[in-house]
Design a protein around this ligand. Structure first.
Ligand SMILES: [Zn+2]
Length: 78
């Protein structure tokens, strides 16, 4: 007999699991998830808010010109 399997979003980089009922990302190691939920939980890789912040700052570093306008002084052109 099988219980219904819940699929949750999980960020492996930061070890954060999205708990839908709480609408929050909580710290869970893979072992912790296995121990707490066993087969009842299936995790899919996802990007957590920290990933997005990381990506954003990486993008800022890689493409400073794209972001210069919003943060730096505006220089009129044309
Ligand atoms: Zn993350």
């Amino acid at each position: 007999m099988r219980a219904s399997i819940v699929t949750s979003q999980y960020c492996r980089v930061h070890q954060l699991l999205f708990i839908r009922s709480l609408q929050e990302w909580l710290a869970f190691s893979p072992a912790h998830i296995a121990h707490a939920f066993g087969d009842a939980m299936q995790v899919v890789e996802a990007t957590c808010p920290r990933c997005l912040a990381m990506t954003q700052s990486a993008m800022h570093r890689q493409f400073p010109a794209l972001y210069a306008r919003s943060s730096g002084p505006v220089t009129p052109e044309g």
